[in-house]
Ligand binder design. Structure first.
Ligand code: PLP
Length: 404
């Protein structure tokens, strides 16, 4: 009789967003006259920019003609997109990434969830706390996380690296050496960034102990400050210890269209094996490519017009972030993030728990956000708001919070 992978049974239910949904539905049913504003949205709300739409239409038309029709895409993705990424994302920042180090995919979620497959299950994994849950759950599914303790909200075999206001939400080097280190900057959920100097410490540390950093830079496009690295490869020695994951989701509105890429440098070897070859083998075996149409749309993001249009969208969201930051600060809250990321992380007032503050905000301001405790034990006492709403709703939400 077949045996299931019982690591799946160890996973706690994903209650965060379903509990939020349930509470909001109940409140609406009891107060049908109240207009609820959600600043909990983790998805973009503006449509794809005209330049991308034009490229998508053009690619659709190509698929209708025998001479230009495309079937399976090359394993690593189309060269036109990979060479554009190598040029526009890396060479312009003084980083030389070769096109066979870039793997086009359908999302940073899938890449960050799948990348652990190329590592042994005995490896020790370190994650930030709070954390984007995919890193934890994908390692738990593979049996690398041990057992979950609902009391502490922790897995027995993971190394948790607290990210709090004390360390500017960038983790300190752990006391116990990990093998795999997940870093995400600019960060979801804390909205914080890491300086180049501090990221360099992580690179040096990983090279010294032989660990590998999985660097999720899905929010790179939101960086506005000068000393914040746009890619981990700006740090010296990163090519021998880091894999970088990027996404078109939040930089160009591709959440529903699906496009991302992962960089695995050929210099990155462990146990005498190039990780690039392993990921290429995995990609070739289990992934049959992102659609040509989508890759053509992605390339249009890098055209002059595409760049200008996507920049404008990011500016729109970041203007919302500014409104939230200023509104909350004026109302007397301690506020973090929202400068290099579309997330604002705030301290709950009067020692309220994250969920108590959720209820308070829903009941008194009819505003919805996300309890920080849903992202890990060190998220307790914090609350996440996002800049992905409309400007008008964001302003109104701040006005309501100010009046509380
Ligand atoms: C840190 C982080 N990585 C990855 C993703 C997912 O990106 P994608 O849409 O490319 O799968 C998200 C989405 O919210 C995220 O917050």
């Amino acid at each position: 009789m077949v045996k299931i992978n019982d690591n799946y049974l160890k996973l706690p239910g994903s209650y965060l967003f379903s509990t939020i949904g349930k509470k909001v539905r109940e409140f609406s049913a009891q107060h049908p006259d109240k207009k609820i504003i959600s600043l909990g949205i983790g998805d973009v709300t503006l449509p794809l920019v005209p330049e991308v739409i034009k490229a998508l239409h053009g690619a659709v038309d190509e698929m209708a003609v025998k001479e230009t029709f495309k079937g399976y895409s090359p394993d690593l993705g189309y060269e036109f997109l990979r060479s554009t990424i190598a040029e526009k994302e890396y060479r312009t920042r003084g980083v030389n990434i070769e096109i066979d180090e870039i793997f086009i995919s359908d999302g940073a979620k899938s890449d960050s969830g799948n990348i652990q497959e190329i590592f042994d299950t005995d490896n020790k994994v370190a994650v930030c706390d709070p954390v984007y849950p995919v890193y934890v759950d994908s390692n738990a599914m593979a049996g690398r996380a041990g057992d979950y303790d609902p009391g502490t909200g922790r897995w027995s075999k993971l190394i948790y690296m607290p990210c709090t206001s004390e360390n500017d939400f960038a983790p300190d080097l752990p006391k116990e050496d990990p093998d795999i280190i997940y870093l995400c900057f600019p960060n979801n959920p804390t909205g914080s960034a890491i300086t180049k100097a501090r990221l360099q410490e992580w690179v040096d540390y990983s090279n010294r102990i032989g660990a590998v950093i999985i660097y999720d830079a899905a929010y790179e496009a939101y960086i506005s400050e000068d000393d914040i690295p746009h890619t981990i490869y700006e740090c010296e020695g990163a090519k021998t210890c880091a894999i970088e994951i990027r996404s078109f989701s939040k930089s160009a509105g591709f959440t529903g269209t699906r496009l991302a890429f992962t960089v695995v440098p050929k210099e990155l070897e462990r146990g005498g094996v190039k990780l690039n070859s392993l990921w290429a083998r995995r990609h070739g075996t289990k992934f049959n490519g992102t659609p040509y149409i989508i890759q053509a749309g992605g390339a249009a993001v890098y055209s002059e017009a595409g760049r200008a249009q996507t920049k404008e969208q990011i500016a729109y969201y970041m203007n919302n972030a500014g409104v939230i930051r200023e509104g909350l600060t004026a109302a007397g809250y301690s506020v973090y993030g929202g400068v290099n990321a579309p997330y604002i992380w705030m301290r709950t007032p009067k020692n309220m728990t994250s969920w108590e503050f959720f209820d308070y905000l829903l009941n008194n301001a009819n505003v919805v956000g996300t309890p920080g405790s849903g992202f890990g034990p060190n998220g307790e006492g914090y609350f996440r708001l996002t800049a992905f709403g409309t400007y008008e709703n964001t302003l109104e939400a701040m006005e309501r919070i100010r009046k509380l």
